[in-house]
Design a protein around this ligand. Structure first.
Ligand code: ADP
Length: 504
């Protein structure tokens, strides 16, 4: 007897167990939830990126501007310096009242530069203050030009007549001159680079302003972007939680949010389908196993009671009843073994161990296991020495099940044909043929399903649990071997397996 009515269940059903758990996540997951949000990550990355870009851009702009500015100043100072050098060596015009210092101050003001004439010892010669008092101590430092002079001398030693260079925030034009035609002195014309520092300050202020605006924009963009990104993720999270609770009706959508989201949704939908299948299979298994266990257990209980109450004293009857108990216990054992085998193979707990198997020799040994059945004929046509790479125990179980079925379903002549022949350069074929009533075309697919049995009333000489072909299918699929059934109603069936041929 078999129950198949739960088969279609699965999608759209809920697991009762997890209902009580609601959407509470286990602690291990909660710990991971402490990581930063997408908004925060996006904002940080975008802000950093913006700051770096603005920084690099501003620095490069500043370098370029100051370079261009300095070049212009240097060029201008060279021309101006040479012109002024000639002018300072001239006699001051009359209207300066003979004051050379006044003349120099005039020239400086006209050209927006500072002009100093320094003697060999680093003392300022011109322009002098009206109230200049060389003995005033606080003034000494101010008029001490020994350091600039050292620089001038240094520069002039490498560049001949004059030198133009940068010195403590100024651009300096320096030249050696002969005052009054004889006294060696040094002319220093300085132009301040203040304008540049003002420009730098402006660049900094502009940079900071742009950075602030960009940061605000970044904040807004990150907020919008993360809201857009989080929306489908949040929806998927809620649906995944529902799925975890056993609701297989959830549908994941990723459209409108990019290819990756669509792929993620597809993967989740696939996971849902697989989960719902496993769930359906589990329910199916439990329902069928409990049903199939119940029948032999009821029988065992009934016959044990009968022995106790009725047949205990009558040896003949008692033995008959005890035999039923033994048979039913055997049926239970096969059922348990089959269910376990199938689950182990399908769940991957029992991994296949490939080695070279001599199928010819193995097949003869398998057929001999049926020797205990009296009245059955096995017609063997087995070619010697056909070997393949396979898991010996698993393949043995598959072939044994197929031969067992042929024995169960063969016709009145009780004959089973077993054949093993090389059928191409690289393959050999196993066939087991019976003379039974065959399999209807519409059943050819279904017989491989778990617990599928077409004729419930069929009397089987070999224990059958309805799992035999399902186990055969799992094993052969895991091996990647071709297999199937050819059957003509009323004439019998031929189950076949094609093995790849390997050299021993
Ligand atoms: P069981 O034999 O225990 O019923 P199986 O999974 O081995 O379970 O087979 C499933 C069903 O396939 C059988 O119930 C039977 O209807 C059909 N079947 C299997 N082998 C044959 C065969 N050689 N001839 C006819 N029908 C078969």
């Amino acid at each position: 007897m078999n129950k198949k009515k739960d088969k279609t269940k699965g999608a759209g059903t809920r697991l009762p167990v997890s209902k009580t758990k609601k959407s509470r996540l286990p602690k291990a997951y909660k710990k991971r939830q402490r990581s930063a949000s997408i908004f925060f990550l996006l904002m940080t990355v975008l802000s950093l990126l913006a700051v770096v870009i603005i920084g690099v851009f501003s620095i490069s702009q500043h370098i370029q501007t100051s370079h261009a500015y300095k070049e212009a100043v240097s060029h201008d100072l060279t021309e101006r310096g040479q012109r002024l050098q000639q002018q300072v060596l001239k006699e001051p015009p009359d209207y300066f009242g003979g004051s050379y210092s006044a003349y120099l101050r005039y020239l400086a003001q006209e050209n927006k530069v500072a002009i100093h004439i320094i003697d060999e010892n680093g003392q300022l010669l011109f322009p002098r203050e009206n109230n200049f008092d060389p003995n005033a101590p606080e003034m000494e430092e101010y008029y001490d030009f020994s350091k600039p002079l050292a620089k001038i001398k240094d520069k002039l030693s490498s560049e001949d007549n004059f030198a133009v260079y940068e010195y403590i925030g100024n651009y300096v034009y320096a030249a050696e001159i002969q005052l009054y035609g004889t006294t060696t002195a040094y002319l220093s014309i300085e132009k301040s680079l203040d304008v540049l520092s003002t420009a730098t300050r402006r660049v900094i202020i502009r940079t900071v302003t742009i950075a602030a605006v960009v940061l605000i924009v970044t904040l807004a963009v990150s907020a919008a972007l993360s809201a857009w990104l989080i929306k489908p993720i949040d929806q998927m999270k809620k649906k995944a939680q529902k799925l975890a609770e056993g609701d297989f009706s959830v549908d994941f959508h990723g459209a409108d949010y990019g290819k990756e989201m669509v792929e993620l949704a597809d993967a989740l939908n696939f996971a849902r389908d697989e989960l719902s299948k496993t769930d359906a299979m589990q329910k199916d298994l439990i329902a069928n196993v409990s049903h199939d266990f119940k029948t032999p257990l009821t029988m065992i209980k009934a016959y044990a009671s009968m022995i106790m109450e009725i047949s205990g004293e009558v040896p003949e009857k008692r033995n008959k009843h005890a035999q039923v108990i033994v048979d039913e216990a055997d049926r239970l054992t096969s059922l348990v073994n089959d269910v376990l085998d199938l689950s182990k193979i399908q769940s991957g707990i029992r991994a296949l161990q490939f080695k070279t198997v001599d199928v010819s020799a193995y097949l003869e040994e398998l057929v001999s296991r049926f020797d205990y059945l009296s009245g059955y004929h096995f017609v063997l046509d087995i070619e010697e020495g056909l070997t393949t790479q396979a898991d010996e125990v698993a393949i043995g179980q598959a072939l044994y099940n197929l031969i067992g079925n042929a024995v169960n379903y063969t016709g009145e002549d009780n004959t089973v044909y077993v054949r093993l022949k090389q059928d191409s350069a690289s393959t050999f074929r196993f066939e087991v043929k019976d003379t039974g009533k065959g399999i209807k075309p519409e059943e050819k697919e279904k017989i491989w399903q778990r617990y599928y049995r077409s004729s419930e009333a069929h009397k089987r000489p070999v224990q059958g649990t309805g799992l035999g072909l399902s186990i055969v299918q799992s094993i052969l699929q895991k091996h990647g071997f071709t297999f199937g059934v050819e059957s003509e109603e009323g004439k019998g069936s031929t189950f076949y397996v094609v093995f790849p041929l390997t050299n021993a």
